[in-house]
Ligand binder design. Structure first.
Ligand code: TXA
Ligand code: MG
Length: 333
């Protein structure tokens, strides 16, 4: 059931969470499927509803660095990054404290834990009023595209949908950046809302971006860096073609910037002749933030069997464009 987020519905959601039920919540990145992270049974409900493999750990959302400090060992880099980016779209992987009370299944039995303080006012109010750490993966069935609107959540789970707190479309529209600070060789495991440049600026050193799209899931010499990143990801039911400079007949267009000079091959005419439902523009102005916010919604809309495929124009690989290209590569792969 969708409920507009307000004082009353947030209290109702807090009650649901305290008694061990799931609630879908808005965050600035994507909608999350939240449960009390201290409650093993509640956490199991997340894995069941999403049909998520038990080996894929969850992000623990907390209202403050102080609460994070109860569960993980905050090192110097983590403290600097938290000061710069929390609340915000940065998830840090840190060693679990010995007496950490988070349900072991939430982090898939790993000795590390992913933590983040979200900046969305509704998520923060819920975290503060429950006083609980909330485990929350994206609120979509495993292997499908992350939801950026309340309606996407309901489309994914249908009549099994949990109470959903609605607060409009997500501002960033892509999942958080994940940085692994649990070893002495920090690495960015997932590009996201906070860019590698922003992180390197704060730390005064370059932090490499781990290329999970080229990682070998069969390589069992080394434990996977981030189990979830190796799993099958969202791929539309139709082929996705990247860096398109023209269109095949029957393809839909996902444009970025002007598509004035895009043509359809074999005398198909200009792309501008396509109907609106077959031609969408991530950002006519070429604004990467706007493109990120539109990406998942437009991919969903174009993923329609009436199209032979989706042709995507090139996106500059800078700033949040790195995260956009990461998601597009996964969709095309
Ligand atoms: O923006 C976001 O991060 C959203 C919102 C709801 O906060 N959440 C999200 O969660 O995207 P999810 O579960 O879809 O992605 C979490 C990723 C997975 O790829 C998982 O494998 C990785 O984080 N992860 C979680 N704990 C980890 C750990 N201890 N070590 C390595 N990777 C971890
Ligand atoms: Mg997800």
């Amino acid at each position: 059931m969708i409920k507009t987020a307000n004082k009353d519905s947030i209290q109702e959601a807090a009650t649901c969470l305290r008694r061990g039920d799931l609630v879908a919540i808005p965050t600035e990145t994507v909608y999350g499927l939240a449960a009390n992270a201290l409650d093993e049974n509640a956490v199991k409900k997340i894995f069941a509803l999403k049909n998520r493999p038990a080996i894929n750990p969850l992000i623990i959302h907390v209202p403050s660095l102080e609460m994070a400090d109860r569960f993980v060992v905050i090192n110097d880099m983590a403290r600097r990054l938290a000061t710069a980016f929390w609340p915000g779209a940065l998830t840090m992987i840190l060693p679990r404290r010995e007496n950490c009370a988070i349900a072991p299944s939430a982090s898939a039995g790993l000795p590390t834990l992913a933590v983040r303080v979200p900046s969305h006012p509704v998520a923060l109010e819920l975290l503060r009023s429950t006083g609980l750490p909330l485990a929350a993966p994206s609120a979509n069935p495993s292997g499908t595209i992350s939801p950026t609107t309340p309606r996407h959540v309901i489309q994914g789970f249908g009549d099994r949908s949990p109470m959903t707190l609605a607060a409009g479309p997500c501002k960033i529209g892509l999942e958080s950046t994940i940085i692994d600070l649990s070893t002495n060789a920090p690495e960015i495991l997932r590009a996201g809302g906070i860019t590698p440049e922003q992180i390197s600026d704060v730390l005064g050193q370059n932090i490499p971006l781990y290329d999970s799209t080229s990682a070998q899931s069969t390589d069992d010499q080394q434990a996977p860096k981030s189990p979830g990143l190796l799993l099958k990801h969202y791929s539309p039911s139709i082929p996705v073609r990247l860096n398109a400079i023209d269109l095949e007949q029957g393809e839909a267009l996902l444009a970025f910037g002007s598509d004035k000079f895009m043509g359809i091959k074999n005398g198909g005419g200009p792309a501008s002749a396509l109907p609106d439902h077959s031609r969408m523009n991530l950002s006519e102005e070429g604004d990467l933030d706007e493109a990120a916010a539109n990406l998942f919604k437009m991919m969903r809309a174009l993923d329609n069997p009436a199209h032979k495929g989706i042709a995507v124009m090139a996106i500059p690989n800078t700033g949040i464009g790195i995260a956009i290209n990461d998601r597009l590569k996964r969709a095309a792969g």
